[in-house]
Design a protein around this ligand. Structure first.
Ligand SMILES: Nc1ncnc2c1ncn2[C@@H]1O[C@H](COP(=O)(O)OP(=O)(O)OP(=O)(O)O)[C@@H](O)[C@H]1O
Ligand SMILES: O=P(O)(O)OC[C@@]1(O)O[C@H](CO)[C@@H](O)[C@@H]1O
Length: 303
């Protein structure tokens, strides 16, 4: 089974307007609410691909109920931990540029955390746990290391989609995949990544530090995947971009979904590329039909 963890789910409130005028009253053309948070996005893409996953995370209030109902309606299994405070709402403004305002998130109590940690008893070897996104401030830096330990105790694999020092810290525990984007990789090593050879060089560093697979995503420039034996580059698929929120999560979902089923890294990368591009070309997360179309167009070269 694939389990996704969203420590800090969100309603994504997407507002479209022609032009955002700071300091003035602005009026939207359209507004939509989506069930969001990075792990939940992974579960939603897997659901669109008719692949099973179970969504874990902390959920509270009417905002939390909205998320739970949305996932249940999409036939995605949830085992959320109920909390006293409300799940956050993140605001995504699509105007001349995309602007995101992400809230810090609710307070999680000690008992709520204990309740959440009891989930791990059901893990088996062969399971993959995907933990993505920010952690509410009350949980702190210890949350992801605790998860890694709980996953290792049950001989399962894990993917943690995080950045910066937090990502560097998890590498010695051999994550199945890390997927920084180019900017995140550049910040992590405090270097400029102008050439593809630079991206590959620093991607290889993450591999040396313990990751099993490294994918560096580069938005409209495609992605590279580095494994102990191969370096693959995806040729960017030409799309009309509609939305960049969730393209990275979709890529993680495609990789993990395929890898869990067949253990083939190259096919997993290819499905990841197709899912990422399909979401970038959709208003919300991608549907299976567009992912299939993108998969037919996805071209991967070994370099
Ligand atoms: N404009 C685009 N054209 C084609 N493919 C794209 C585009 N944007 C994203 N993709 C695909 O999706 C993958 C992931 O996108 P990106 O690099 O933007 O991830 P990210 O920065 O983690 O995204 P986010 O945090 O916004 O979810 C890319 O490697 C690429 O395969
Ligand atoms: O604040 P975090 O947890 O870092 O990111 C949360 C978020 O921006 O990530 C998803 C897109 O990747 C959105 O659904 C959600 O609003």
């Amino acid at each position: 089974m694939i389990y996704t963890i969203t420590a800090n789910p969100s309603i994504d409130y997407v507002l479209s307007l022609d032009k955002l005028n700071l300091g003035e009253v602005n009026r939207t053309e359209t507004s939509y609410m989506f069930a969001g948070g990075k792990g939940i996005n992974v579960s939603r893409i897997l659901g669109n691909l008719r692949l099973d996953s179970v969504a874990w995370g902390f959920i509270g209030g009417s905002t939390g109920e909205f998320i739970k109902k949305t996932l249940t309606k999409a036939a995605i299994e949830t085992q959320f931990t109920n909390i006293k405070e409300d799940t956050r709402t993140n605001v995504k403004i699509k105007a001349q540029q995309e602007t995101e305002i992400n809230c810090a998130g609710p307070t999680i109590t000690h008992n709520e955390l204990e309740d959440f940690m009891s989930n791990f008893a059901m893990l088996n070897s062969g399971d993959i746990v995907v933990a993505s996104g920010s952690v509410p401030p009350s949980l702190g830096k210890e949350f992801y290391p605790e998860i890694i330990k709980a996953v290792a105790d049950h001989h399962a694999e894990f993917v943690i989609d995080t950045t910066g020092q937090a990502l560097l810290d998890i590498l010695p525990s051999h994550p199945l995949l890390v997927k920084p984007n180019r900017e995140e990789l550049s910040e992590m090593f405090n270097v400029k990544l102008d050439q593809m050879s630079d991206v590959i060089h620093y991607g290889k560093e993450l591999l040396k530090m313990g990751a099993q697979h490294v994918i560096v995503s580069m938005g409209g420039d495609g992605a590279v995947m580095i494994t102990p034996d191969h370096v693959y580059q995806s040729i960017p698929i030409k799309i009309t971009i509609k939305n960049s929120v969730g393209a990275g999560d979709s890529m993680v979902a495609g990789f993990v979904g395929e890898y869990h089923a067949k253990k083939n890294s190259l096919d997993a990368f290819k499905l990841g590329v197709a899912c990422g591009s399909a979401t970038a070309a959709s208003e919300d997360l991608a549907q299976a039909s567009l992912i299939k179309e993108m998969l037919a167009k996805a071209e991967i070269n070994e370099i």
